[in-house]
Design a protein around this ligand. Structure first.
Ligand SMILES: Cc1cc2nc3c(=O)[nH]c(=O)nc-3n(C[C@H](O)[C@H](O)[C@H](O)COP(=O)(O)OP(=O)(O)OC[C@H]3O[C@@H](n4cnc5c(N)ncnc54)[C@H](O)[C@@H]3O)c2cc1C
Length: 352
């Protein structure tokens, strides 16, 4: 039994919120997960429960009165019976570090994850918001996953289609769905190199490496993505943050045209029939870059990232976020949605 009482979580969330959990269980195997859930149901199944991976996409409450399950189960299995000369299927346990997985696959010659390099966190959390970067999303390489329902204990597989992936979204974020823990994900990768260099900044980063984008191989992409990210984003180990704090808002074509007429250099991309606006551009234009309030601030180089200089609380971070949201609404009539999951003391997710 690995139950710990009164566990400090400040090192387990990249925003460095000084949170504490009443109960904490480090999950190193599927058996641990079942044992922890048995304990949870026998103790009090109404107690708040939080599943934690790398803590890089959560805003924790200062005190969490329930049970935290910290996913640390590891294992990467090549599925020979499903794989062939072109395609590789892999089962990856939820606690595997995402970036280490990306590097491992690239070294093995299993391609498709390179554009998603250096995203912090664990593999089991990747489906929650369908992680994406530099023109690739998890759903492009995801086959299916295994999950366990917290309340019923049912253990089953969901196909990528059943996960209902969309931009920074999946079935796991939808209200009314059963509470599920992802224990393992199954990826479908390629043995042959087929690179995606469509993202303009990536092409420049490849050129900076002396590589022509049309001749880039997956290892070049991985290197170029890492270089880009290190320049653009603060390292949470040095300056606590959760990456992009707001989603890029999606607006109708009419709304986009209206904004474009007013702001000629507006940054936006077609998104189906709509347009996806660069939230960082809106926040930067509104003058928030570098703005600091007590211990929390908008990063000085990247307006989309809020940083925690010295033990700022969740409340401080959210107050700054609210001011930014209100200002962006007043200026552009655009609603900014918070990207990380805001975990209330009740264990529920806040609808920010
Ligand atoms: C510097 C930085 C850069 C980032 N860049 C990107 C980026 O480019 N693209 C992008 O998409 N994201 C990005 N992120 C956000 C974040 O890294 C990803 O969302 C990542 O997948 C979160 O993983 P995690 O293990 O840290 O999740 P956590 O923060 O631990 O959890 C996030 C949510 O998932 C739930 N969860 C975690 N594990 C499981 C599980 N096994 N089963 C069920 N639920 C689970 C948690 O309860 C919580 O609701 C960035 C973050 C940082 C700090």
């Amino acid at each position: 039994m690995a139950l710990i009482e009164h566990q400090d979580l400040s090192n387990f969330n990249t925003l460095a919120i000084q949170a504490e959990a009443r109960f904490y269980w480090a999950i190193q195997s599927f058996e641990d997960l079942q044992a922890a859930l048995d304990w949870y149901r026998s103790e009090n199944a109404n107690m708040p429960l939080l599943v934690l991976g790398g803590g890089s996409n959560v805003i924790l409450s200062d005190h969490f009165p329930g049970l935290v399950l910290h996913m640390q189960n590891q294992g990467i299995t090549l599925l020979e019976e499903l794989s062939d000369s072109e395609t590789v299927y892999l089962d990856v346990d939820a606690g595997e570090n995402w970036h280490e997985l990306v590097c491992h696959c690239c070294e093995q010659g299993w391609y498709g994850l390179e554009n998603l390099a250096l995203i912090p966190g664990a593999a089991g959390a990747a489906p929650i918001q369908n992680i994406g970067a530099y023109g690739v999303e998890l759903c492009d390489v995801m086959d299916s996953l295994e999950c366990l329902e917290i309340d019923s204990g049912k253990h089953y597989r969901l196909s990528a289609e059943q996960c209902q992936f969309a931009y920074r979204d999946s079935i796991f974020k939808q209200a009314g769905e059963p509470r599920r823990i992802i224990s393992r994900i199954r990826l479908r990768l390629r043995r042959g190199a087929q690179v995606n260099t469509r993202y303009p900044g990536l092409q420049q980063s490849l050129q900076d490496l002396g590589v022509h984008p049309e001749q880039a191989n997956p290892k070049d992409i991985l290197q170029a993505v890492c270089n880009l990210r290190r320049v653009k984003l603060p390292d949470p180990a040095e300056l606590p943050n959760v990456g992009s704090f707001f989603k890029n808002p999606i607006v109708s074509e009419a709304h986009y045209q209206q904004l474009k007429a007013e702001y000629a250099d507006l940054v936006a991309y077609p998104h189906g029939d709509d347009y996806k606006l660069a939230a960082g551009w809106l926040i930067d234009q509104a003058g928030w870059k570098g703005h600091r309030e007590e211990q929390v601030a908008v990063h000085e180089r990247q307006a989309l990232v809020l940083v925690n200089y010295n033990k700022g609380s969740a409340k401080e971070v959210l107050m700054l976020a609210k001011k930014i949201q209100d200002d962006i609404w007043q200026r552009y009539h655009v609603a900014l949605e918070i990207e990380p999951r805001h975990i209330l003391a009740s264990g529920e997710l806040a609808q920010d």
